[in-house]
Design a protein around this ligand. Structure first.
Ligand code: NAP
Length: 292
């Protein structure tokens, strides 16, 4: 069994990006610049955004964190988005989800300029991804594909089951795993909460990608020998540590790892890859801007 080490791989990617930034600066050009918008004070969201901003600093990017009050109106937030669209010094930006209930998230995401949409959530970028055209692939599915690529995991002709159909993970990774690419070229089943006999589908799969957010959902009895297991789940479970919680995935790692050929741990698997791919997308946005 091989552990797909997202922590190490993401560090490799960040080092590669830092080298690129150095050579950009040596040419006397400005550094790539990522902005992040966060609305409200949700603890998990603040942690995620904080890590993204810190990661920017580590690779030499400029970063701007825009913290907005929970009570901000939809029009005001749209104004902020337009301001970022028109700011030539910002190459890419993200609007951290979830947004407060009184704001229509789709309306906000649609207003983001696709050229700056480093999260890859805009329908233009999602569509380009589905057609295998150059685009910003959203960071989590992009991170999974990069991890498979860097470990030379063979996916061609294999049966993949993706559990979860969210716009940010399940749907895009289902599409990517079925594209005529390497990694890719697999035969994909997408399961969700209405799927019947899900266990019998999971047990037949060569590749299991779990993105539900239900701790210990994937048990050893559901996994065939030699399966490749990608655990996207991140759930905070209360414990007695100083932080008061620990992060757990969807997979019973201890037992499933004994049967699998490759497996991602949680933490240290898909999570760190997500941030690395966001940085990669920002570099891409910067390079596109420099070309135009
Ligand atoms: P989401 O929007 O809540 O989607 C969850 C999906 O799982 C839905 O499609 C849902 O089905 C399905 N589901 C829920 N319970 C199920 C069950 N018992 N059987 C079968 N399907 C079930 O979540 P998400 O945003 O995709 O995130 C999924 C997990 O990944 C979460 O733990 C999240 O924290 C984590 N995550 C991690 C990263 C990372 O960087 N590693 C990034 C993003 C998300 P329905 O559609 O029928 O409701």
């Amino acid at each position: 069994m091989v552990i797909l080490d997202g922590k190490k791989t993401s560090l490799d990617i960040k080092n590669e990006i830092a080298e690129e930034v150095k050579s950009i600066l040596n040419k006397g050009q400005r550094a790539p610049h990522l902005a992040a918008v966060i609305v409200g004070k949700d603890g998990a969201s603040l942690t995620y955004v904080g890590s993204k901003v810190k990661a920017c600093e580590r690779v030499g990017f400029d970063s701007t964190l825009i913290k907005l009050d929970e009570s901000i109106g939809e029009d005001e937030l749209l104004d902020k988005v337009n301001e970022l669209n028109n700011d030539d010094k910002i190459d890419g930006y993200i609007v951290q989800l979830p947004l407060p209930k009184h704001i229509d998230s789709q309306k906000i995401l649609l207003a983001v300029d696709p050229k700056k949409d480093v999260d890859g959530f805009h329908p233009t970028n999602f569509g380009r991804m589905a057609l295998n055209l150059p685009t910003f692939i959203s960071a989590t599915p992009h991170g999974i594909m990069e991890l498979l690529k860097r470990y030379n995991v063979s996916t061609e002709g294999k049966n993949t089951i993706v559990i979860g159909r969210s716009d940010i993970v399940g749907k895009p990774i289902s599409i990517l795993m079925g594209l005529k690419t390497n990694p890719g070229n697999s035969t994909v089943t997408m399961a969700h909460s209405r799927t019947k006999n899900i266990e019998s589908l999971i047990v037949q799969a060569d590749i299991i990608i779990s993105a539900l957010g239900v701790p210990n959902f994937i048990k050893s009895s559901m996994v065939k020998d030699g399966a490749i297991v990608i655990d996207v789940g991140i759930t905070r479970v209360k414990d007695n540590s100083e932080k008061g919680y620990k992060i757990v995935g969807d997979v019973d790692f201890e037992n499933v790892s004994k049967k699998s050929s490759y497996i991602t741990p949680v933490p240290g698997g898909v999570g760190p890859m997500t941030i690395a791919m966001l940085l990669k997308n920002t570099l891409l946005a910067y390079q596109n801007l420099s070309l135009s």
